[in-house]
Design a binder for this molecule. Structure first.
Ligand SMILES: Cc1cc2nc3c(=O)[nH]c(=O)nc-3n(C[C@H](O)[C@H](O)[C@H](O)COP(=O)(O)OP(=O)(O)OC[C@H]3O[C@@H](n4cnc5c(N)ncnc54)[C@H](O)[C@@H]3O)c2cc1C
Length: 305
């Protein structure tokens, strides 16, 4: 697949480009190009892009801030959608935060703080968007997306639906969103709180995170989900002696074993091989099958145990 970006001109869809490199977009800094890349700014444009994908017979992959993504080194044969314009903005209505699916969590927190609203501080150090947060039911420090959401606007090739959390199948780092469904807007119910209180709480949570995680390195966040019972994934990997273990440019973080760092020149294949090795070692030592939290884009598969 060529990596030279170009504007798509076979259709009337004005927002689709071809062969856009994704490595510069992912927080781990790896991955090949998207076959087609679109930046719709309105629901109407998003529907146009989804109809285009359906017409081409291509799958759709929405991306947010790419903080939980491992993209195949050869790229993705799909229409990759990154929400922009009004679909990436956030505003306050009374005590409700109304955010486009592409709005960064940090921007949402800023809007909430300005308006004297609390309840979203837990998300301030999750480096993603609200749409990515729905897909992952993202959470930290005991609060998850589903706890504060009112509803989400879900768009696919044929419909635009407003769906409450109960209809989204949200559980630990999981949603029931189907392939091709894009979260275009999310409403969150917040509560009055003084701006300085919101700021202090967010700062405290960020400091806690910095004390235990490699926040200054290129990673994709937690590699594996924590098992339902017993020690967390990081502890299990650490107990296999894998902290600091590397394959190619991918390194199991010496700071927290459930993170993979791009130590320089890592490829997605390096990351995948490292994940496979950690998973195999944990399984050999404990019988536990770790499930990956990071989302794969393109034909990436972990070997079976
Ligand atoms: C340093 C670091 C710390 C992190 N800490 C946490 C944490 O504490 N808690 C936590 O839960 N996560 C954490 N993460 C992981 C990640 O930030 C979250 O999963 C985040 O919600 C992903 O959002 P995103 O916009 O970057 O999504 P992406 O990584 O771009 O995509 C993730 C998934 O969401 C889908 N998606 C994205 N946008 C949309 C949309 N609009 N509609 C439908 N599907 C969409 C993608 O297709 C993909 O399947 C961390 C990551 C890093 C790098």
């Amino acid at each position: 697949m060529s990596t030279a970006p170009s504007t798509f001109c076979r259709s009337s869809v004005p927002v689709v480009e071809e062969h856009v490199a994704l490595s510069r977009f992912t927080t781990i800094g790896t991955g090949g190009p998207a076959h087609f890349f679109a930046r719709p700014k309105t629901v109407a444009e998003l529907q146009e892009v989804l109809a285009f994908a359906a017409g081409e017979g291509l799958p759709v992959a929405a991306i947010g801030l790419r903080s939980n993504l491992l993209v195949h080194d050869d790229g993705v044969d799909a229409v990759v959608v990154k929400l922009a314009g009004e679909l990436a903005e956030a505003r306050i209505e009374d005590t409700t935060l109304v955010a486009g699916g592409g709005a960064p969590n940090a921007v949402c927190l800023h809007r909430a703080r300005e308006a004297g609203l609390g309840g979203f501080e837990f998300a301030s150090a999750i480096p993603g968007t609200v749409g990515g947060g729905v897909m992952m039911n993202a959470g930290a420090y005991g609060v998850e997306w589903r706890d504060v959401m009112v509803d989400a606007v879900v768009v696919d090739a044929v419909s635009v639906r407003r769906v409450p959390p109960a209809g989204l199948g949200l559980s630990y780092r999981h949603s029931g969103l189907a392939p091709g469904e894009v979260v275009a807007e999310v409403r969150f119910q917040l509560v009055p709180s003084a701006p300085e209180t919101v700021k202090a709480k967010a700062a405290e949570l960020l400091a806690r995170r910095k004390a235990t995680q490699p926040t200054n390195k290129r990673t994709f966040g937690s590699v594996f989900k924590n098992p339902d019972d017993g020690p967390g994934a990081g502890r299990l990997i650490e107990e296999c002696g894998l902290k600091g273990y590397a394959i190619g440019g991918a390194l199991i973080s010496p700071r927290h074993a459930n993170f993979i760092e791009n130590a320089g020149g890592a490829t997605s294949a390096d990351c995948l091989a490292l994940m496979a090795e950690a998973r195999r070692r944990v399984h050999d030592a404990t019988g536990i099958e770790l499930r990956h939290e990071v989302r794969f884009l393109g034909p990436l598969v972990l070997p079976s145990l």
